[in-house]
Ligand binder design. Structure first.
Ligand SMILES: *Cc1c(COP(=O)(O)O)cnc(C)c1O
Length: 329
């Protein structure tokens, strides 16, 4: 847990980041994948399969490699190269499905039924939320069980936010914390089924998947009930951020906190910024933002908002002119 020194900049009493981009395969998904692997071994199942936009897959592939299990992974056509590389280097059997995540999920479901592989698809497998909830347990433990007023997390399928709620819920039942933090679920403007359902108070409806935040580009969330309940029962909220806000937040997070987050993870921070500007989160409140995945997984999108570095000769005069002109240095 990292405490921000930029309270004045964000106008907030206390802000922490839980950086799950530092997990073994660089995303929060490791918390669920390790449980899936243990459960597959318990079931004497040597092959695990899942459909994923990237992180569930790369994390499953890494954890399975460590435990001597085989993996079959169904990915949508647009999976970012960093995540795809992880799959290949961990030795997964990768099936690219021509289409979006919905298509990849659909084929994985049919294949898992046909071949009898262990199923790591988040909504189907109830054990995964037990893994994901450990992020809440850790946040509480690292804050000496004095939990923040808000926890902010980005939402795709709704399993992560369900796990966050479950972790705090369990701690409350054990009288180890005094309250469940309000949970702020953040979605991308171009793919916001939970947000729409929340503000219109109706069941989830399928949406398009138009966002660079690939890990939360989920048009048909597989955990609709848990994802909505986490926010409603914690008296939190959902909000949406645009791709532009996500990329601005990515840059700000990196420059001011030293944390490089992938777009889907930056969305949570963008959501925090927006919630502050709309005063949904109040200045005198305390907040933990969960960073769900590492920026190195998707350098292509990051580079679109960054400047190419200058190229100079081995010439000090030229360097001095450059710094003068650019007012840098
Ligand atoms: C999977 C993922 C999410 C969202 O988790 P869901 O369980 O799909 O809601 C958010 N950020 C990153 C980086 C992820 O990999």
């Amino acid at each position: 847990l990292l405490e921000s020194k930029n309270n004045e900049l964000y106008q907030i009493k206390k802000l922490h980041f839980k950086d799950d981009g530092l997990n073994p395969t660089l995303s929060l998904k490791d918390r669920a994948s390790v449980i899936a692997c243990v459960k597959a071994l318990e079931n004497n199942n040597r092959t695990i399969a899942c459909a994923s936009t990237g992180n569930a897959a790369s994390s499953l592939a890494g954890n399975a490699a460590k435990m001597g299990l085989k993996t079959v992974i169904f990915v949508p056509k647009r999976a970012p190269i960093g995540k795809l590389t992880q799959l290949l280097v961990f030795g997964a059997n990768v099936i690219k499905v021509d289409g979006d995540y919905k298509k990849a999920f659909s084929l994985s479901k049919k294949a898992i039924e046909h071949f009898g592989w262990y199923n790591r698809n988040a909504a189907i497998n109830p054990n995964l939320i037990e893994g994901k909830k450990t992020v809440a347990l850790e946040i509480a433990e690292q804050l000496d069980f004095d939990v923040p007023d808000w926890v902010v997390v980005s939402v795709g399928d709704g399993c992560t936010i369900g796990g966050v709620y479950k972790g705090f819920y369990d701690l409350l039942q054990l009288n180890m914390i005094k309250k469940i933090p309000k949970i702020l679920g953040v979605q991308a403007l171009g793919c916001d089924p939970f947000y729409q359902a929340f503000i219109n108070d109706k069941p989830l409806e399928e949406t398009d998947e138009f966002t660079i935040a690939d890990s939360i580009a989920v048009g048909i969330p597989r955990n609709p009930v848990k994802g909505l309940n986490a926010v409603k029962k914690s008296k939190g909220s959902y909000l949406v951020v645009s791709d532009e806000e996500i990329m601005k937040a990515m840059k700000l997070l990196a420059e001011s906190e030293g944390i490089f987050a992938e777009p889907a993870a930056s969305a949570a921070f963008a959501g925090f910024i927006k919630a502050r500007s709309e005063n949904l989160i109040k200045e005198e409140e305390t907040v933990t933002v969960i960073i769900t995945g590492n920026g190195l997984k998707d350098t292509k999108n990051a580079l679109t908002i960054l400047e190419e570095p200058v190229l100079l000769e081995d010439d000090l005069e030229e360097l001095i002119r450059y710094f003068k002109k650019e007012k840098r240095g």
